[in-house]
Ligand binder design. Structure first.
Ligand code: HEM
Length: 412
């Protein structure tokens, strides 16, 4: 029997601090059906890990069932550009297509390419901090967390500097459509952004085809594996995915991580001391980044579709059901993590879900880790007295699925 319960994930109080509520549910109702969202929620670490690895679940459903079978209304024409883009990028494809796309993109997105960005990332952080240093305060979101990842991913892809200001608004409009319960206005804005963004990447890819440069778009245009190429639309959709995935979560991980440190003054002090000594500091920052990503999960929930009927722990999962895997809850499960609500910067056994697990494991995890290490280390080294300039209770988040602060005022 599948118990029923509604999870009001858009309630601002829940979004602000979902952890105590999730902890209660994790003990009493670890798997339940939510009629309102038409989703089975899964809250325990072990269940999430098992289901992420189970190929009877996938990120897509329309390749095995029709809309009529699913009881869905006809597609909203206003959403067609977004749906088309989704259908072409790796995150919403299943093997073997997913394998082909991921292999091709990974061929261009090499560890060497990421490591080569080290100096550039450091320079971007330094320049952003140089601007605010004389003022002694900043909005950590607008002045640092937002511009850093988008500049990094733009550098990586090879987006010219003069066009970079367009990327963040496009991306912000598109990712709104990943929230549950979006509005018609958001559908229009998201689709408009997909069209503008696609046209832009199409022109840039065309230019790189004739005049290749040392950037990821040129590498993707050139990439070929066992005679398989990316089609033009796949190339565009995956570049947009890289831009969206490559910075939205990183923005939220930077602000979320710093807020966690403000709430844990002792740990912040320990990191500040380590930041001053770059030789011994880096190791601590590496484990601290993992712990900050576990403790406050920037993307708290991902979904999977049931592709065929099967029984899980006595629960009948039917083809066409949607399952919401609550990473934020798994990351705080005491069955897996010792003292899960504590922030332990040196935590060793830290296999969190923040970058997922299995087929869709985050392709950009090494880049995200590098950015986070450098940004936390540089911030605490240059501004050792940095602190929150407002009451933490007054801070607000933009949504749950992509859980990011709307601002983070600090003084230093
Ligand atoms: C803190 C930052 C980040 C977090 C928390 C994050 C998280 C995730 C998660 C959870 C998934 C898998 C979703 C699922 O299983 O359904 C994913 C996939 C992905 N991420 Fe990230 N990500 C981050 C940064 C990045 C960066 C910097 C890039 C690229 C430059 C990136 C590119 C991707 C791509 C391409 C996928 C799709 C992989 C696939 O379908 O196989 N991400 N990310």
């Amino acid at each position: 029997m599948l118990p029923k319960r509604h999870l009001d994930i858009n309630n601002p109080k829940f979004v602000y601090n979902p952890y105590p509520f999730l902890a209660g549910l994790r003990e009493t109702l670890p798997i339940f059906y939510d009629e309102e969202w038409q989703k089975v929620w899964v809250l325990r670490y072990g269940d999430i890990a098992t289901l992420l690895k189970d190929r009877r679940l996938g990120r897509q459903i329309l390749h095995v069932m029709t809309r009529e079978e699913l009881g869905w209304p006809p597609p909203n024409p206003a959403q067609a550009p977004f749906d088309y883009f989704q259908s072409k990028h790796m995150l919403d494809r299943e093997p073997p297509d997913h394998t082909r796309l991921k292999t091709l993109v990974m061929k261009a997105f090499t560890p060497q390419r990421v490591e080569a960005l080290h100096q550039q990332i450091q320079q971007i952080i330094n320049e952003l901090l140089d601007k605010v240093e004389p003022i002694g305060k900043m909005d950590l979101l607008h002045d640092l967390a937002e511009p850093l990842p988008v500049t990094v991913i733009a550098e990586l892809l090879g987006i010219p500097e003069k066009d970079r200001h367009k990327l963040r608004p496009w991306s912000a409009a598109i990712v709104k459509l990943y929230e549950l319960g979006y509005t018609d206005a958001q559908v229009h804005a998201g689709s408009k952004a997909v069209i503008a963004f696609s046209d832009y990447i199409r022109n840039l890819a065309e230019e790189r085809r004739t005049h290749p440069e040392d950037d990821l778009i040129s590498a993707l245009v050139a990439v070929e594996e066992q005679g398989e190429k990316l089609t033009e639309d796949e190339l565009i959709a995956n570049c947009i995915l890289l831009l969206n995935a490559g910075h939205e979560a990183t923005v939220n991980a930077i602000t979320g991580g710093m807020l966690t440190l403000f709430r844990h003054p002792e740990q912040k002090q320990e990191l500040t001391r380590a930041a001053a000594d770059s030789a011994t500091g880096t190791a601590l920052f590496k484990s601290a980044v993992e712990e900050l990503l576990r403790h406050d999960t920037p993307l708290p929930m991902f979904e999977r579709w049931v592709l065929q009927d099967f029984e899980y722990k006595g629960i009948a999962l039917k083809r066409g059901m949607e399952v919401g895997l609550m990473f934020a809850s798994g990351n705080r499960d005491p069955r897996r993590f010792e003292r899960p609500d504590e922030l332990v910067l040196t935590r060793k056994d830290n296999a969190h879900f923040t970058f997922s697990l299995g087929t869709h494991y985050c392709l950009g995890a090494p880049l995200a880790r590098l950015e986070l290490q450098l940004v936390f280390q540089t911030l605490l080294r240059r501004f050792p007295k940095i602190r929150l300039a407002t009451d933490a209770d007054r801070l607000e988040y933009g949504g749950f699925v992509i859980r990011g602060l709307r601002s983070l005022p600090v003084v230093f």
